[in-house]
Design a protein around this ligand. Structure first.
Ligand code: MLT
Length: 393
């Protein structure tokens, strides 16, 4: 028996597990300390009323002979896929029903999608980046080329015509930097993918945070994208589903490589390896797309963006360089006093009892940077910012 030796090329643990271990160690040493967690991007506001009402009704339905459901369609119930389709239509993007696949979140599908691609593909990944893109490709043993996201390009790398890539990851609004591509920048990426016969894996998990109308919320707002891009989205951050689990992946019918439809391959993969998202959860997700649901989740997003403003104002007052926080729940800052990301992590934890995420955990270009999330409770954000502004750098 041989193990998958590619796993030996991974870092010892997943970034957020390392952070969680470090915080637990600190907490067991100093149990009296009140730690504020602005590290992992986990939401804190409860599910909105529309979602709860829909899930309650679905629970009751499941308790009746008539309403009981067993296995559902692997790609999601029609009622939810149609709700997602209409959500895109309202933003000027037309989708076919069969292009929408309901998932248990973007993270799973971003990893699982790799099943349908050959192992010899070269993968282009921005650095810094959400670690899942890198780790899942290392697990499969694919060759990765990194593209630098840095201050010079405002953390929005553009294609280099000399680089030949087959699979390209883009995330906008970006995790971890909060940077957002505009339409003309995304058009350049789409043209690059089309001319290189490449596929773009577009992570739009934070699209609901975009306030500025100039920014696209879906890659399909760009001409030609349906011939070269798969989009992954999630209700985790949009509607507080981090613990509830529901998302969707769009695989357009126009995606054809080697005369094969990627939509068909993905359908084949999903029907074999996935039994779908629970009915009750899908009913809750459907409610997110109702008028009432949209109104309620927008209130929550507004709350998080106000948190981001409080963080941004504190950093500005302290003359700490940062980006993000306007169309994104993340604030990406430069560690003061030339501290490394992990030094700053320890310093913040020990002196302010505030947890953030070291930029280095997202790649080498994250060295010297640090990510704060605005998903905390308002009172925690205010307390954390008071503690941070009392620090001496
Ligand atoms: C993050 O903190 O980067 C996210 O919460 C991770 C995720 O969405 O899986």
């Amino acid at each position: 028996m041989q193990i998958n030796r590619n796993y030996l090329n991974l870092q010892e643990s997943y970034l957020f597990s390392t952070i969680s271990r470090k915080v637990s160690e600190y907490k067991s040493k100093y149990p009296e300390k009140e730690i504020i967690r602005l590290g992992i991007g986990d939401v804190t506001l409860p599910l909105c009323e529309a979602v709860i009402n829909a899930m309650e009704a679905a629970v009751l339905e499941m308790g009746t002979q008539q309403g009981f459901r067993g296995y559902g369609p692997e790609q999601g119930y029609d009622f939810l896929r149609l709700a997602v389709r209409d959500y895109y239509t309202s933003r000027g993007v037309t989708l076919q029903d069969n292009e929408i696949f309901i998932s248990d979140g973007a993270k799973s599908d971003l990893g699982n999608i790799l099943d349908i691609f050959g192992l010899d593909n070269t993968v282009l990944i921005p650095d810094p980046v959400y670690p899942v893109y890198v780790d899942t490709n290392i697990m499969a043993g694919r060759q990765i080329i990194y593209m630098n996201a840095n201050e010079e390009n405002s953390f929005l790398p553009m294609p280099d015509k000399e680089v030949k890539a087959d699979i390209i990851y883009l995330c906008s609004p970006n995790n971890p930097t909060g940077a957002v591509y505009n339409k003309s920048q995304l058009k350049v990426w789409v043209d690059y993918a089309l001319s290189h016969n490449a596929v773009i894996l577009f992570d739009s998990a934070y699209e609901a945070f975009i306030q500025d109308k100039e920014f696209p919320r879906s890659i399909y707002e760009i001409d030609g994208a349906k011939q070269c891009a798969i989009e992954f989205c999630s209700l985790s951050k949009t509607a507080g589903f981090t613990g509830t689990r529901c998302g969707y992946t769009i695989v357009p019918n126009e995606l054809v490589y080697e005369n094969m439809s990627l939509n068909k391959l993905w359908f084949r993969r999903q029907t074999t390896k996935f039994n779908g998202v629970p009915y009750i959860i899908q009913r809750g997700a459907e409610a997110v797309f109702t008028e009432e649901g949209q109104k309620q989740i927008k209130e929550n997003i507004k709350y998080y963006l106000e948190n981001a403003k409080i963080i941004s104002e504190t950093l500005s007052d302290m003359r700490i360089w940062f980006v993000g926080g306007e169309n994104s729940p993340y604030i990406w800052l430069k560690c003061p006093n030339d501290m490394t990301s992990w030094e700053f992590f320890d310093y913040l934890l020990e002196t302010a009892n505030v947890v953030g995420t070291p930029g280095e955990g997202f790649g080498k270009n994250g060295k010297g940077f640090f990510r704060l999330t605005s998903f905390g409770k308002r009172e925690d954000i205010i307390t954390a910012m008071k503690r941070i502004s009392n620090l001496q750098f």
